[in-house]
Ligand binder design. Structure first.
Ligand SMILES: NC(=O)c1ccc[n+]([C@@H]2O[C@H](COP(=O)([O-])OP(=O)(O)OC[C@H]3O[C@@H](n4cnc5c(N)ncnc54)[C@H](OP(=O)(O)O)[C@@H]3O)[C@@H](O)[C@H]2O)c1
Length: 298
């Protein structure tokens, strides 16, 4: 067992999406950073320490605080990549929902607007619409993308499985391939079939819950800890570096400044360590952590 520390470097690299825009590989996640102090301070700390990509959503209830931090950072808007997401109950009113998000963020445009879940819910009843689904929502986003005078630079989806994407892409009125699919991805949920399919369609994966989310068992997993110790890095840096090495965008969330700083620093895993991580789900079993139970992963 060697203990030679590897070269860690703040990762400010970008990857090009299928619409020609560029997105930074590492973005700050902001789910569960709902109060002003947490969301504002985390976003500001991230931007001051080299992040140029922030992931939020209408349902995170922190767009205002994220927006304030972006403004207070003094970094030019065009240097920061901002994603927000359309919530389930707003699928029939995407235009208004986008306007509300922009207003809360205090921005003229978002870089990426995602359908948060392929679930279209009637806010009045809490039931799923019978006359509307995620394909209709995607068409609404397409229209918004084309007609909003640059208020959205890219559109994409989140929590879409292969079958839903196939159905979406086979619709003759769908003319824009989603730029990304934001999904849970880490060594215990590598999603190989979806990974290959998205690669073939030139849709970039954005890996959410890359550390296994709150109270994560993943970050304490002996195989992850052992690779971290061997390389002289943090377990989180192993997980984030693995995601980057698979050519996926990765969205670690933290409200702790020291972690925010260390999470941006990635390294190149050896072929052996990369292969070990790639096989972990096969060896130890798959572990999906984020599942609100809307039957979307069946
Ligand atoms: N599209 C979707 O449906 C969806 C779903 C889930 C998540 N997301 C996005 O993906 C982002 C990330 O996912 P996530 O928030 O579920 O979880 P995550 O990033 O996998 O994990 C966050 C947890 O790990 C802790 N942590 C952060 N850095 C650490 C480090 N270096 N060492 C040890 N612990 C560390 C955080 O604690 P502290 O904050 O206390 O430091 C927090 O408890 C979200 O914030 C959101 O932007 C999207």
């Amino acid at each position: 067992m060697t203990n030679t520390p590897v070269q860690l470097k703040a990762n400010t690299a970008t990857i090009t999406l299928n619409d020609g825009t560029k997105i930074p590989f590492v973005g700050l996640g902001t789910w569960q950073a709902a109060d002003r102090d947490e969301a504002y301070n985390a976003t500001l700390a991230a931007l001051k320490n080299g992040y140029r990509h922030i992931d939020t959503a209408a349902i995170y209830k922190n767009e205002e605080y994220v927006g304030e931090a972006i403004k207070d950072s003094g970094i030019p808007r065009e240097e920061i990549y901002v994603t927000t997401k359309l919530w389930n109950t707003d699928h029939k009113r995407a235009k208004e929902a986008l306007e509300t998000s922009l207003k809360k963020l205090g921005l003229d445009y978002v870089d990426l607007y995602l359908i948060h879940w392929p679930v279209s819910t009637d806010p009045a009843t809490g039931e799923n619409y019978k006359d509307w689904d995620y394909v209709d929502t995607y068409k609404a986003l397409q229209k918004l993308y084309k007609e909003s005078n640059g208020k959205i630079k890219s559109i994409g989806v989140s929590n879409f499985n292969k079958e839903r994407l196939e159905r979406l892409l086979s619709d003759p009125e769908v003319t824009i391939v989603p730029a990304v699919n934001q999904i849970e991805a880490h060594p215990f949920l590598p999603q190989p079939e979806l990974y290959d399919y998205l690669k073939e369609k030139n849709i970039i994966i954005e890996a959410y819950s890359p550390l296994g989310s709150s109270n994560s068992p993943i970050i304490k997993n002996p195989a992850i800890v052992s690779i971290a110790e061997k390389n002289g890095v943090e377990p989180a840096q192993v997980l984030i570096s693995w995601a980057v090495q698979r050519n996926t965008v990765v969205l670690p969330k933290s409200v702790t400044e020291a972690r925010i700083i260390s999470n941006l620093k990635t390294f190149t895993l050896s072929d052996e360590d990369f292969a070990t991580l790639n096989k972990l789900a096969e060896v130890e079993g798959v572990n999906r952590i984020c599942n609100p139970g809307w039957n979307v992963f069946a």
